[in-house]
Design a protein around this ligand. Structure first.
Ligand code: HAM
Length: 434
């Protein structure tokens, strides 16, 4: 096959493999393993349990929850027609976000009958048909939480605290948290009207996207980057929402102070998804460039009920894993190397290769980790592999020793060689004695 028709991954996707010089931070396997471990640690500390909804759902789920008049549903969905199987009402869509699937999972599996409040987390791919650029992929990964079953403003604060802890554990110290309220079904109408009255006289000066948004979803006019100067004097939701929404917002802010989490109110945070009520928030990082959203979320008090679950409040966030890796690299955050193998089994001659394989199997069966040569290379080359992998011990097999039922072990960081029976080698390697 010539190079031209060699297969390549689609634009906006990427592979993950052991780090190589100059590989992009989001492709490095070591980073993923590290992040997955630390995220699980934070979630355990806060009592969030993992859920794994499927990668694709019925398309209607996203129309009803993410929202019809959103960039995601209007232009970015990876939708696949069904092939006429009985029972399929709908096409399928690869999840552009996980929140709708996670809430469906809670309701469909009757979990609210078991417990009123569920705090769940997830880490996995999401799919959006966007124009790829740095920090923006078509298959990307989200870490997220959904806390469903309570309207307590301290729960909003807790979801934020979870992400702050993830950022800190990942070694990211520089980030901004901006906060806003979207009001509730009762007061949003009044705010919408106030905003429309402000925007209407400036409509002719606004970009095409905003002119379209004016009719369909005027709030999104506020997060337009092109027209930001026109929005400086726009009314903010925090001043227009009803008394209970104002109280909720004040309680979230007081809770953040209590938790020592710096934040500021920003009326431009309106979020591009339809289900939000009350609190909305976004994390950003100057390290990210144009795609500076490090994560975002908010409260959605009607979504659980709209899916047939109880009428309970809920709040959550999601964060792009690739962007976390970019920020980690910008802050030179340490990523621990993968654990070193316990041994590398070395065949001193061709006849001992089978014995090296047998010894490796016996050591693995004893719970040790290790590797060996499969290319019939010289002892010197095998030693180089042992070094490169950072093996703690070389376990050397040669004819004379094999005949005596023994192996030679050598501590790689300069230890003496010793001849011992294989079971003894296993216990030495386990105990770490020379
Ligand atoms: P979102 O703001 O659409 O919210 O996405 C959350 C995060 O996912 C963004 O802040 C960004 O870090 C990352 N992200 C989004 N699109 C891409 C992309 N194309 N490439 C790379 N990263 C991307 C949600 O998805 C909501 N489900 C959050 C939520 C959970 N709200 C309540 N619960």
């Amino acid at each position: 096959m010539n190079r031209e028709n060699a297969p390549s991954a689609p634009d906006g996707t990427y592979d993950v493999y052991p780090a190589q010089a100059n590989s992009e931070p989001w492709t490095r396997l070591e980073g993923w393993l590290h992040l997955e471990r630390l995220v699980r640690g934070v979630m355990d500390r806060y009592g969030y349990v993992e859920v794994r909804p499927p990668m694709f759902e019925h398309t209607g789920l996203f129309h009803k929850s993410t929202g019809e008049v959103t960039d995601i549903v209007e232009k970015e969905m990876f939708t696949v027609p069904h092939k006429g199987e009985a029972g399929d009402r709908d096409s399928f869509t690869f999840r552009p976000e996980v929140t709708p699937g996670a809430v469906r999972l809670l309701v469909q599996n009757g979990l609210f009958k078991v417990r009123n409040l569920w705090k769940v987390w997830y880490l996995g791919p999401a799919f959006r048909y966007e124009k790829p650029q740095k920090g923006r992929h078509r298959q990307f990964s989200q870490i997220g939480v959904e806390a469903a079953g309570s309207g307590d403003p301290l729960l909003d604060v807790e979801t934020i605290a979870v992400y702050v802890d993830i950022l800190k554990a990942a070694g990211i110290a520089r980030f901004d948290l901006r906060l806003n309220t979207m009001g509730c079904r009762d007061c949003r109408g009044a705010y919408r009207e106030a905003l429309k009255a402000y925007v209407a006289p400036t409509l002719a000066q606004r970009c095409e996207n905003c002119r379209r948004r004016f009719e369909r979803n005027v709030f999104r006019v506020l997060d337009c980057k092109k027209d930001s100067a026109l929005n400086e004097a726009a009314p903010g939701a925090a001043d227009h929402v009803c008394g209970p929404c104002k109280e909720h917002f004040a309680a979230v802010r007081a809770g953040l102070d209590l938790a020592g989490i710096a934040h500021r109110v920003d009326k431009r945070i309106v979020r591009g998804l339809d289900y939000y009520t009350r609190t909305v928030y976004e994390f950003s990082s100057a390290a990210l460039g144009a795609q500076d959203a490090l994560g975002g979320g908010g409260r959605y008090d009607t979504l659980v009920g709209s899916m047939g679950g109880p009428e309970v409040g809920a709040v959550g966030f999601a964060a792009g894993v690739e962007r976390l890796f970019i920020a980690m690299e910008a802050e030179k955050a340490a990523v621990p190397p993968p654990p070193a193998p316990d041994f590398y089994a070395i065949a001193a001659d061709e006849a001992s290769r089978k014995e090296a394989f047998r010894a490796a199997q016996a050591l693995r069966a004893a719970g040790l980790s290790g590797d060996l040569d499969f290319e019939a290379r010289s002892v010197k080359a095998q030693m180089r592999s042992a070094n490169r992998l950072g093996a703690r011990y070389a376990v050397i097999l040669d004819g004379a020793e094999v005949a005596a039922g023994k192996v030679r072990i050598k501590k790689m960081d300069g230890g003496e060689e010793r001849s011992v029976p294989l079971p003894e080698a296993a216990s030495i390697l386990r105990g770490g004695q020379p």
